[in-house]
Design a protein around this ligand. Structure first.
Ligand SMILES: *[C@@H]1O[C@H](CO)[C@@H](O)[C@H](O)[C@H]1NC(C)=O
Ligand SMILES: *[C@@H]1O[C@H](CO)[C@@H](O)[C@H](O)[C@H]1NC(C)=O
Ligand SMILES: *[C@@H]1O[C@H](CO)[C@@H](O)[C@H](O)[C@H]1NC(C)=O
Ligand SMILES: *[C@@H]1O[C@H](CO)[C@@H](O)[C@H](O)[C@H]1NC(C)=O
Ligand SMILES: *[C@@H]1O[C@H](CO)[C@@H](O)[C@H](O)[C@H]1NC(C)=O
Ligand SMILES: *[C@@H]1O[C@H](CO)[C@@H](O)[C@H](O)[C@H]1NC(C)=O
Length: 746
């Protein structure tokens, strides 16, 4: 503690213009700063922390915050923030906000700054606004005037002191990584002004000379640069040692070659619409990630009232009405289409939508013994007794106004910006819990079909060119059985739900004289439990993409072990998702396309989540999925966002036709190889190494030439880079551990 105070003091003297936010020992905030905290117990002069040092003690309820407001906006006048913190690794995140325009910076978890926060002592944390922890991004320009330390869902207790805005951050020059790439490239990541003249390499004990070819500094994450060197000799199995400076060496074992081939004569169309997300943030996001399909979806859109722009997230948030965000589906379709994406909009299809922005279904005053109440509105309950059973819902008119297909038709007719695809509500089969207040009865096969037919008929009559996607079923269980249970299967000739639904939609379309269902739409969330996020869970996460296509992959979840006798699915322990759905379509309603409008990597902030996303986008292309949108909005600088960027980012696109790949040394648990072409001549490859060691590929038929390369992952963590390299005929391609590479023939 004494040491860190000393450092603050010396630093302050050197640069002269740092600004104290909180001065330990004064028992108060610095002059000009105000306490704008909420739902927290705060003592600004506590000495009960480690060493008796005076500090702010905070106990925040769920999502509450220590919030400090500067009467004079500090805006972007500072290079960073420093503070000393103690606590049992509190679940708290830092974000800056602007009271002038209500903007907020990304929320940065304390865990991405340090995982060594303890009750024993204070540790000093420095946040560089030019290299934000986790993302490496730059703090945007804004009228920042608030610092917020916000607790997570279980609240947080900790001490904080010596909070100071810094005018300067001194970046220590450092080599962060140096990794083998492709046939003969070394990719060196560094921060600050390092000296490249000392970089040398040996391959199997023989020195190989290095030629520095390019340096790249990503415009949105400039803190880490990458410098590419070409080796005088191709990478080969054995030992590679790269010495960056006197103190920094990186060593690798390049493994034996894995063989494969591509056949550019054998191609299959890749749908452009598989690179979608839910709710992209803005037009720049669509451009940077190359988003092709944008969905307006999720649990809250069931209650979306387009005439007042209200909504209600149901069981996700205490059944409370609120202003929809974004508010206007029409304007939203307008800008997403203007930015080059298609739009997919959900039409509410229950009997109610939110009537205002403030009502809620389960007031404490009416239902005093509920299990939980909203931390922000202690009168709004979760509609459940402490034993988990539902409270009988109040009349729907307390919170909702009636909704039907005439009102939906009025809305769709009035749209200036017509959606390309409409979906019929969202996970309607579980409305009995998600929207228990609106629709307490379990939804069965017949009711669900009727709602889809009615909504689709209406949509096709008012928007003749629109495509209809349904039933947007949430998960594996409900693909085959309704919320009523097996008696509902029995009542429908023991048919599983989705095949029955397809047949019925075909019959209804025949009767209507037009196709009422264009896309079979499902949601797919992996069933295996990877929440531990340890090495075993990461490996499982990375191999479970096989559930998308592999009939021989027994799902590593309950699906792989238990099969209800009431289901008639073939090979039911393998999810075999895409071919299974395509087969059901071929049998029950040929010509219907396949959409996956919600899916998730299971780890949005972990590099393995990014690698899963690369693998999954590659599989969607190869297996012929027609449309897909990630749930929800991946952080554009996070691993999942980078996976989209890899395939489509900033105007460079993977090919429109999938090229056949045959790997003699198959190892899909740890390796994905995807090839494409647009013109039948030039090749684009995406290689995803899901292993913790480098892989060395010998893939024949890859033409010699100049290739544009992009990659992310690897030893320097989540960062992205690009350059051009030369590839000789039949050369090997090394991909570092936990890295995804895009190679496009120029
Ligand atoms: C700061 O604000 C919090 C939350 O409103 C409040 O509990 C606390 O007493 C305030 N502290 C001071 C010193 O004003
Ligand atoms: C490289 O040198 C080490 C130690 O000098 C030796 O053990 C190893 O066998 C050598 N490797 C090759 C491929 O020559
Ligand atoms: C290597 O480490 C030594 C001892 O810590 C230090 O004096 C020297 O400056 C370092 N060299 C580089 C290039 O960082
Ligand atoms: C749960 O608690 C409520 C209220 O006390 C009660 O009416 C209900 O029967 C209980 N349900 C079960 C399953 O015990
Ligand atoms: C739909 O609801 C509106 C408003 O409540 C009502 O006027 C209309 O008759 C209803 N239409 C149908 C088909 O029920
Ligand atoms: C996108 O590409 C343009 C044109 O090459 C370039 O100027 C810009 O910096 C790129 N943006 C990012 C974030 O990579």
């Amino acid at each position: 503690m004494i040491l860190s105070s000393l450092v603050v003091l010396v630093f302050g003297l050197l640069v002269g213009a740092d600004q104290d936010v909180y001065i330990a020992g004064s028992g108060a905030l610095a002059s000009g700063w105000e306490n704008w905290s909420w739902s927290s117990t705060i003592d600004f002069a506590s000495t009960s922390g480690p060493g008796g040092v005076e500090a702010i003690s905070i106990t925040s309820d769920a999502y509450a915050a220590l919030s400090l407001y500067d009467e004079t906006p500090f805006a972007n006048n500072f290079a960073g923030l420093r503070f000393d913190i103690s606590g049992a690794q509190p679940d708290v995140s830092l974000y800056l906000s602007s009271s002038a325009d209500s903007d907020s910076s990304p929320s940065i978890p304390l865990a991405s700054m340090s995982t060594a926060v303890t009750t024993d002592s204070f540790i000093t944390i420095t946040v560089d606004f030019g290299n934000l922890p986790g993302s490496g991004g730059v703090l945007a320009s804004d009228s920042w005037d608030r610092l917020n330390f916000q607790a997570g869902g279980n609240g947080a207790t900790y001490y904080i002191t010596n909070i100071e805005l810094l005018t300067e951050i001194v970046v220590t020059p450092k080599f962060l990584s140096a990794e083998p790439l492709a046939a003969n490239v070394i990719a060196v990541t560094s921060q600050g002004a390092v000296d490249f003249s000392q970089v040398t390499a040996t391959l199997n004990n023989a020195t190989v000379s290095l030629t520095k070819t390019a340096t790249y500094s990503p415009p949105d994450t400039p803190a880490q640069t990458i410098t590419y060197f070409t080796l005088s000799k191709s990478l080969a199995p054995g030992s590679l040692v790269i010495s960056a400076d006197a103190n920094t060496t990186f060593s690798y074992t390049i493994p034996a070659l894995k063989y494969g081939t591509i056949n550019i004569a054998n191609t299959k169309a890749i749908s452009d619409d598989i690179y979608g997300v839910n709710f992209p943030t803005d037009a720049n996001y669509i451009e940077l990630l190359g988003v092709t399909m944008s969905r307006w979806g999720g649990n809250a859109v069931t209650a979306y009232n387009p005439f007042g722009q209200f909504t209600n997230a149901g069981n996700d948030w205490y059944f409370e009405n609120r202003v929809a965000s974004p508010p206007d589906a029409d304007a939203w379709s307008g800008w997403v289409k203007g930015a080059g994406s298609k739009s997919m909009v959900t039409i509410p299809a229950l009997d109610w939508v939110s009537k205002d922005a403030t009502s809620y279904s389960y007031p404490r005053t009416v239902y005093p013994t509920q299990a939980a109440y909203d931390p922000y509105n202690s009168d709004a309950g979760n509609g459940q007794f402490p034993n988990g059973s539902w409270v009988a819902p109040p009349p729907q008119t307390n919170v909702y106004s009636p909704w039907n297909t005439s009102l939906a038709a009025q809305w769709l007719t009035g749209l200036t910006n017509k959606p390309d695809i409409v979906t019929v509500d969202n996970e309607i089969e579980i409305a009995g819990s998600t929207h228990q207040d609106m629709h307490p009865e379990p939804m069965g096969y017949d009711e669900e079909l009727q709602r889809v037919v009615n909504t689709a008929t209406m949509a096709k009559s008012v928007l003749p060119n629109v495509q209809v996607a349904a039933p947007s079923t949430c998960a594996w269980w409900f693909y085959w059985t309704s919320s009523i249970g097996y008696t509902d299967n029995a009542a429908h000739n023991n048919q599983d739900f989705l095949p029955w639904f397809l047949s019925q939609m075909q019959a209804a379309s025949t009767k209507a004289g037009k196709r009422l269902l264009d896309y079979l739409d499902i949601h797919y969330y992996y069933a295996p439990d990877t929440s531990a996020n340890d090495a075993a869970a990461k490996a499982l996460r990375l191999r479970m993409t096989r559930s998308l296509w592999d009939p021989d992959y027994t799902d590593e979840s309950w699906i792989g072990t238990s099969v209800p006798a009431q289901w008639s699915e073939p090979n039911p322990n393998a999810v075999w998702l895409i071919p299974r759905m395509q087969q059901l379509i071929a049998q029950h309603y040929p010509g219907t396309k396949l959409s996956i409008s919600e899916w998730s990597s299971t780890a949005d902030t972990d590099i393995t989540g990014g690698l899963v996303t690369v693998d999954q986008l590659g599989i969607y292309g190869r297996e012929g999925v027609d449309s897909a949108t990630y749930w929800v909005t991946p952080d554009e600088k996070g691993p999942v966002g980078l996976a989209f960027w890899l395939f489509r980012g900033n105007g460079t696109t993977f090919g429109s036709k999938s090229v056949q790949v045959n790997m003699a040394d198959r190892d899909e648990d740890v390796l994905g190889v995807y090839a494409s072409t647009s013109d039948g001549k030039k090749v684009t490859l995406v290689l995803v190494n899901k292993d913790v060691n480098p892989v060395n590929l010998a893939i024949s038929n890859i033409p010699a030439g100049t290739y544009f390369v992009r990659h992310f992952g690897g030893a320097a963590g989540v960062a992205k880079w690009q350059t051009t390299i030369k590839i000789a005929a039949n050369s090997n391609l090394v991909v570092p551990a936990y890295t995804a590479v895009f190679l496009q023939e120029q």
